[in-house]
Write a protein that binds this ligand. Structure first.
Ligand code: MAN
Length: 355
């Protein structure tokens, strides 16, 4: 017998046996000349008795040998394809997600958001809803990673807006998924990973968000409050990265915090210097949510399945959407920035790891 040394994991996710549940090939491109490269990081919500995912669809043209091409939306709202010769010394392709040419940064894919619906939470299909795409000057490189939070009868969409101006957080709202109100950019660059609390706390709305301050400070989770969900203030930093740990380089909120008897439970992502993305938990005070009561020492989920280790950008589990049913948290997540997967957790079990 060959003794194999198993690496210990603290992963408590029960992955769907059907994973990945959505592949890029399941979604037709927005136009014939484009190819869907990645499906990732969906928002999740219930509507009209069904479960919906708001997928991030990342596209680029079919690639030709020796060149790299990618789309942007120009100032008139038209799609433009930029193409560079791979041999060009001004081209920097060290990260598959971004491209730098002569000092200017671009994304290698353009993302928009697409709705799919399901009766069982496992098999999803497109249901005749229009795509949500980047609109205007602050979304010319697309929109990404949308959290969906239902407050009353309104769904609030907080997502990443990308353009040469920088990366910020946009807000749109809808009651019927047909008509949308745009509230513009609510948190300016550089900011992303904005998760709204699903209810007011003592008369105020709260949001977790992730500004970046790379020269002094870092990629930390902050909390802010608002009277109307549009204008945010009283920003406070609540969670730093931790040196030498799985979340040493960046941390960011996942989907909306979950109310439990012990506090607000937030699943967040943390990446280390090798860009390995894991998930952990934070427990925030119910009445004073800027107070962190507990934090995962070890991840509750790590990229260990084959589809989480290899893909467009490997070693990534990234979530910004879940569905709640009593103690069961059904989490939808992007694996390797390539495919969409699902996993279930027991909320009590996560809380237990925090005690
Ligand atoms: C960033 C975002 C996410 C992505 C991860 C991992 O945090 O761009 O969309 O999933 O990186 O690449």
């Amino acid at each position: 017998m060959i003794a194999t040394k198993e690496k210990k994991t603290t992963d408590i996710a029960r992955r769907f046996p059907e994973n990945p549940i959505l592949l890029p090939s399941a979604i037709p491109p927005s136009r014939p000349e484009m190819k869907v490269e990645c499906l990732l990081n969906p928002g999740a919500f219930r509507f009209d008795g069904r479960i919906y995912l708001l997928l991030r669809v990342a596209e680029r043209p079919v690639q030709k040998p020796g060149a790299i091409s990618f789309p942007i939306i120009d100032a008139d709202g038209e799609l433009q394809i930029l193409e560079f010769d791979m041999a060009d010394p001004l081209l920097d392709l060290s990260d598959p997600r971004t491209l730098r040419y002569d000092g200017i940064e671009y994304l290698t894919t353009l993302s928009h958001l697409r709705l799919v619906a399901s009766d069982d939470g496992i098999r999803f299909q497109e249901g005749g809803f229009a795509s949500l795409t980047g609109i205007g000057d602050h979304e010319t490189y697309g929109i990404e990673d949308c959290r969906v939070t239902q407050i009353g009868d309104t769904y609030y969409l907080t997502f990443t807006e990308v353009s040469p101006h920088g990366v910020g957080v946009g807000l749109r709202s809808t009651k019927d998924w047909q008509h949308f109100v745009s509230h513009g950019m609510i948190l300016p660059a550089h900011n992303k990973d904005c998760a709204l609390f699903p209810e007011q706390i003592q008369g105020k709305y709260y949001a977790l968000h992730r500004p970046s301050s790379p020269n002094l400070g870092g990629n930390y989770i902050w909390i802010a409050e608002s009277a109307d969900l549009e204008y945010w203030g009283n920003h406070r930093c609540i969670t730093h990265t931790r040196r030498g740990m799985w979340d040493s380089s960046r941390v960011g909120a996942g989907a909306s915090p979950i109310r439990t008897a012990e506090g607000w439970l937030e699943i967040y992502h943390g990446a280390n210097s090798k860009n390995r993305y894991c998930l952990g938990a934070l427990l925030l005070d119910l009445d004073e949510p800027w107070k962190v009561l507990a934090r995962s020492h070890a991840p509750v989920m790590e990229p260990i399945a084959a589809y989480e280790r290899t893909g467009f950008f490997g070693n990534v589990v990234f979530t910004n959407g879940h569905i709640l049913d009593g103690d069961i948290l059904t989490m939808y997540y992007g694996a390797s920035d390539s495919v969409v997967c699902g996993a279930r957790f027991s909320i009590q079990e996560i809380l237990h790891t925090l005690r």
